[in-house]
Design a protein around this ligand. Structure first.
Ligand code: UDP
Length: 245
């Protein structure tokens, strides 16, 4: 797979369909690994923490989540095949899994949310097997490891603990867990459970989902001010730094 480097994070240049195909082939071949969906906030964390950067870059799939990453790639002259948002990847993967009666475990979010998300997904995608759920507010990660193994394992685990917790969890505990593919998906369970709403399609199409989320939740302003800062760092990298062709 071709990659595009954005401040040291190696994104895979894949379309949504290719990402799902790669994931499904890995699951069928029982090839263990994890998927990450970095947004500018995660790239920024990577720049400040080399160990975390290593975890992100060792993922089987590094998918460009969000318009900020697409802008960054354009500025740097790196080629990507468009945005592959984590939440959309998750839903497409579930649809493909359902056709093969695969087992999904949902880990993360507040108590009750993963169950509701599972219920909704099973209704929408008949054939999908919900292996189990576990909320994301455990104190000992072993609790989550045991919960997944106790239900007989799964083909896929959605790990929705927020960054960087979810990526660290996947890298540190993957080998102990009876499951093949792990996907770090942030707040996706809140969306699948119907608690958090995605922006209307027009906002998503225009690349303004971030703006919609800001309107709904003005307290996100602090997190969002990181986006212009991120783009400035990318422009500086383009003008003065690292990139030699
Ligand atoms: N979360 C969790 N355990 C924690 C911290 C967070 O399960 O210790 C969940 C939280 O409930 C939410 C998700 O992780 O469902 C993170 O959501 P956020 O909006 O930060 O992620 P984003 O989608 O913006 O990356």
């Amino acid at each position: 797979m071709k990659t595009a480097s954005i401040l040291g994070v190696h994104f895979h240049a894949v379309t949504m369909q290719q990402a799902v195909d790669v994931a499904m082939s890995r699951i069928r071949a029982r090839q263990k690994g994890y998927v990450v969906t970095p947004n500018p906030e995660i790239v920024d964390l990577c720049c400040r923490d080399r160990e975390y950067m290593g975890i992100v870059n060792r993922a089987a799939l590094v998918l460009p989540d969000g318009i900020g990453i697409i802008y960054a790639a354009k500025i740097l002259g790196e080629e990507l095949c468009g945005k592959v948002a984590g939440i959309e990847f998750a839903e497409n993967l579930v649809a493909a899994m359902a056709k093969e009666n695969m087992r999904l475990f949902l880990l993360g979010a507040k108590p009750g949310v993963a169950e509701k998300a599972g219920e909704n997904l099973c209704k929408k995608y008949p054939g999908l097997v919900l292996a189990g759920t576990q909320d994301g507010y455990f104190t000992d990660p072993q609790t989550a490891v045991d919960a997944i193994n106790a239900c007989g394992g799964a083909d896929v685990v959605f790990v929705c603990l927020g960054a960087p917790k979810q990526e660290r969890f996947m890298a540190n505990y993957m080998d102990e867990i009876h499951a093949t593919l792990f996907c770090g998906l942030g707040g996706s369970l809140d969306v699948f459970a119907g608690i958090a709403k995605r922006a209307p399609k027009i906002f998503i199409k225009l690349g303004l989902e971030w703006f919609y989320r800001l309107l709904c939740q003005p307290s996100r302003i602090g997190r969002m001010m990181k986006l212009p800062k991120f783009l400035l760092i990318v422009i500086r990298e383009r003008l003065f730094g690292g990139k030699r062709k």
